[in-house]
Design a protein around this ligand. Sequence first.
Ligand code: SF4
Length: 232
Amino acid sequence: MTNIRRITTDSVLQKLGAIHTPPRTFLHWDTPFHLLMATILSAQCTDKMVNRLSPKLFEKYRTPEDLAHAKIEELQRDIHSCGHFRVKAKYLKSASAMLLEKFVGEVPGTMEELLMLPGVGRKTAAVILYAVFKKNDGIAVDTHVFRVARRLGLSKGKTQARIERDLMEQTPRAQWGRLHTLLIVHGRTICTARNRKCSTCMFREECPSSLVRSKKDLAHDARTKIPRKTRR
Ligand code: SF4
């Protein structure tokens, strides 16, 4: 029986890192406040859609004051195409109000403080901390990271929290953000949700979900609920 080596996050970092240099976040932003807006909007919506909308939104809502005082119906119309617009409009307004009230209008730079903001969960906070503050305080597990980590056998977790913990345990802290962005690139280009391009994938020989080796897809499990697009 052939002995197949288990894939490690180290080999993922090395192999994917050799061919990709992804940005710190795939969302467009110019100020930390605008990245906060964009990450709240990106919950269960694609980055592409948010990026399409953001130039107009950033122009109209430049500061937390602008958003905190925005008319809710108008804001809902402005972000309608991102889905879940009622709840997102509420989060945007109340997060902006909290920035003004507690953080002198600035986006805070710790996980604990970011998690106080309405609409901000660990994933959003980890993205902001990595992109704005260059801090590795978590691994944002979006739909791509969730799927690819399971397929590669890096985690058997069935929740975002479990997968994040597994990935953090195996990876030097300084590489957490980079691992997140590399897994996203791989999930968008090769290991896509609908069409795994295993025959051209650099992990095809060792990956436990490789179509070259079997028909198994470890991303799917009767009890596993893959997050839709990106949740907070
Ligand atoms: S071999 Fe297939 S399933 Fe495994 S990472 Fe590559 S594309 Fe994904």
